[in-house]
Design a protein around this ligand. Structure first.
Ligand SMILES: NC(=O)c1ccc[n+]([C@@H]2O[C@H](COP(=O)([O-])OP(=O)(O)OC[C@H]3O[C@@H](n4cnc5c(N)ncnc54)[C@H](OP(=O)(O)O)[C@@H]3O)[C@@H](O)[C@H]2O)c1
Length: 422
């Protein structure tokens, strides 16, 4: 792990009690990484980076990754306690989405030779705010937070991450960092798909029939619980050995797609108001026919060809090709059956996570952590993900939970009080 290289502001001020100094920590304070503003005292951090796209061998551990800085008034710097992996991390390791994501990283990347490396993967985090930009109003150093990191930003397989305060939310109090890190990215994705695109909400779901394909993984296990909390009737598809898990989370009807033709089994059932497709491929060929016709029912898929198209065809042609494809299918389905065909994408949204936090603290959404790896074993965690057949989430313990971070704000206040003239 990175070492602290400079004296912290506490020692420079030479203020505070022994207790405060021990809490504050730096080279002189004996404990490392505990100052309220690590950017003031360390310039490098531990991280897993990639320097090129490829298979697992491209993952490289370093203690020399630059600590991210707060560049905008609305940004917060977060010390990461836990991160989790998503299928997107595997894909991004191999270069998926680079054409569009680089455009978001640097709008001039189309014309200049922008280089995204070294790139840090990891979309979820649970950790502690250690510094805030001057315009931050919702958070203060010491706050325990969780967040899903947009794929165009540096990820959470690192000691520190910078995000805007709008992407961050206070972590639910009833779960630890490992459990919390399993939720944000799948929660923001499910909410985007089910609410923004699927048109469901807490008030409107009680009389709705929803089908979720591929429901035993991250997005599915979250979506089952959310929809059950909202009173929907939930049917899912998964492998036989995931049935216990999904029924435990509340699924009303379970179709084992390995036991025969899932479409045939589902056709025997009453039709659906919304389908959330986590599987893609040929699913849409049979799933659209399972929607209630002429009722405004929606098929929402999380598996769209947009980023694959822009990677293989370039930005303009790829976007046009994907848009044309979407437009055609949408028109065709609305004309022939009166059902909507839609793509959905993860949307960063701290406010939505505030709502999820309440559901977690109310015991209505449980974290589903299938596997946990120490920070030293990030490559093994990627291997686990590569095997597929996820049953919930794979989480990385980035740092030990350390309450001194939450006490730091208090310590800083003590130092300021001590330094104030009477
Ligand atoms: N568009 C976006 O912004 C966005 C955001 C998040 C996720 N996604 C995509 O959404 C999908 C789901 O994400 P996730 O995080 O939940 O993935 P995940 O954790 O890997 O879960 C996928 C699940 O699907 C199951 N499965 C595979 N083939 C199946 C089939 N034919 N029928 C039923 N179940 C099947 C797998 O288990 P078994 O193999 O054992 O059946 C696994 O449990 C992924 O493709 C991901 O890339 C898109």
């Amino acid at each position: 792990m990175a070492s602290v290289r400079l004296l912290c502001s506490f020692n420079k001020k030479e203020a505070g009690s022994i207790k405060t100094l021990v809490r504050a920590g730096c080279n002189v304070c004996f404990r490392r990484n505990i100052c309220s503003s690590p950017s003031k005292l360390q310039s490098s951090m531990s991280a897993w980076v990639i320097d090129q796209y490829g298979t697992n061998g491209v993952l490289r551990y370093t203690e020399e990754a630059p600590v991210p800085t707060i560049n905008f008034a609305s940004e917060v710097l977060i010390k990461v306690n836990a991160a989790s992996l998503n299928p997107l991390d595997l894909s991004m390791r191999g270069g998926y989405g680079a054409t569009l994501l680089n455009l978001r990283r640097d709008p001039l990347s189309v014309i200049n030779s922008y280089n995204e490396f070294p790139l840090i993967l990891g979309r979820d985090l649970s950790g502690v705010v250690v510094d805030c930009g001057s315009g931050v109003t919702h958070f203060a150093p010491g706050d325990e937070v969780w967040a899903a990191i947009p794929p165009w930003k540096q990820g959470s397989l690192a000691e520190f991450v910078t995000l805007t305060e709008y992407e961050v939310s206070l972590k639910p109090k009833s779960v630890n960092h490992i459990e919390a890190a399993s939720i944000p990215y799948v929660a923001n994705t499910a909410l985007s798909a089910l609410v923004n695109v699927g048109g469901l909400c807490r008030e409107s779901s009680s009389n709705k029939r929803v089908l979720i394909t591929g429901a035993s993984g991250g997005v599915g296990t979250f979506s089952i619980q959310l929809l059950k909390a909202w009173g929907a009737h939930v049917t899912i598809t998964c492998s036989q050995n995931a049935e216990g898990l999904v029924r435990g989370l509340g699924a009303d009807e379970v179709v084992d797609y390995t036991a025969g033709d899932a479409a045939e089994q589902l056709e025997m059932m009453e039709k659906f108001d919304v389908i959330l497709d986590n599987v893609g491929g040929d699913t849409e060929e049979w799933a659209l026919g399972l929607l209630k016709p002429w009722s405004g029912a929606k098929y929402v898929t999380l598996v769209s060809p947009l980023l694959l198209n822009t990677d293989s065809m370039g930005l303009l042609e790829g976007t046009f090709h994907a848009g044309f494809n979407l437009h055609n299918k949408a028109i065709q389905n609305i004309i022939s059956n009166g059902v909507f065909y839609r793509w959905a994408f993860y949307v960063p949204d701290g406010y939505s996570l505030d709502e999820v936090s309440k559901l977690v603290d109310a015991g209505k959404i449980l974290p589903v952590v299938e596997a946990q790896f120490p920070f030293a074993q990030v490559p093994q965690a990627f291997q686990k993900l590569e095997h597929g057949h996820a049953r919930g989430k794979t989480v990385i313990k980035v740092a030990e939970e350390d309450d001194s971070w939450t006490e730091t704000a208090e310590s800083e206040q003590q130092v300021q009080d001590t330094a104030q003239p009477n």
